[in-house]
Design a protein around this ligand. Structure first.
Ligand SMILES: *Cc1c(COP(=O)(O)O)cnc(C)c1O
Length: 246
């Protein structure tokens, strides 16, 4: 075995071990909350890590990956497709600027971070253009990122504006309203944050029963998120290790 192959095998074993550990945490959290482990999806966040890691994770059974920067994601996905013939979902989880909406519409299955009407309509236009050019055939799945403390600076739609944004997304043919995403604000107890998010999700479901996805929980707080109804945890560090500096 040459050195490159040896280091590939070493990384594969490392990722495999950490995936097992994360799945065990998820199973235990689901059982503790009286939920089915299969009701909580694991989205592995590959941002800042090389495409070789995504390929190894694919070999280990992962079929959905999260990215947070458009250019990095587009390059990684192009390389990934040269190596892996199978279909996987790429999710945009990071803050998205309107001028990147067109590019993201080319590759994203789901965007977790839609927080304004202007961004939603830029994304709808991007999807229409991508459909015209044959780059995609489906609508894009949209999760509305909510601000749990009402601070607009850090991203997320404030609770008062959530209903009208949800209605707008639901009525756009290029968009599919999937549900909500939330991140605990700095200094908040995770349970307090996820409880608030769960309450907002219940209200949303009353108007939009199809918006069942609740994207909540990361490496450090996934147990709390699963307790409060998360259907999708976004996990980077616990699977891939400490992120390289960008
Ligand atoms: C980077 C990122 C994650 C992953 O965080 P970890 O703590 O590494 O698991 C999850 N969600 C969002 C929105 C992120 O930007």
């Amino acid at each position: 075995m040459n050195a490159a192959e040896q280091s590939r095998q070493h990384r594969r074993a490392e990722l495999a071990g950490r995936l097992v550990a994360v799945r065990e945490r998820l199973d235990a959290a689901a059982r503790a909350a009286d939920r089915e482990p299969s009701d909580v999806a694991l989205l592995v966040v590959t941002k800042y890590f090389p495409v070789t890691d995504a390929v190894l994770l694919y070999e280990l059974g992962c079929r959905a990956f999260g990215e947070s920067r458009e250019q990095e994601a587009a390059a990684k996905i192009a390389q990934f497709r040269e190596t892996v013939p199978g279909e996987v979902e790429w999710h945009m989880i990071g803050r998205l600027q309107r001028n990147k909406a067109r590019a993201v519409a080319r590759w994203a299955h789901t965007v977790h971070s839609v927080d304004s009407l202007r961004l939603a309509s830029a994304l709808a236009k991007g999807v229409a253009a991508a459909q015209d050019s044959g780059e995609r055939s489906t609508p894009i799945r949209v999760l509305l990122q909510v601000s749990l403390d009402g601070d607009r600076e850090r991203g997320g739609v404030v609770a008062d504006e959530l209903g009208s944004l949800a209605d707008a997304v639901a009525s756009a043919p290029e968009l599919e309203l999937g549900g909500l995403m939330g991140v605990p604000p700095l200094g908040w107890e995770p349970d307090a944050a996820f409880a608030r998010l769960a309450g907002l999700h219940t209200s949303l479901l009353a108007e939009h029963p199809g918006a069942t996805e609740l994207s909540a929980g990361m490496s450090g707080d996934l147990e709390h998120a699963v307790r409060w109804g998360s259907t999708c945890v976004r996990v980077g560090t616990a699977v891939l290790g400490t992120r390289p500096i960008a």
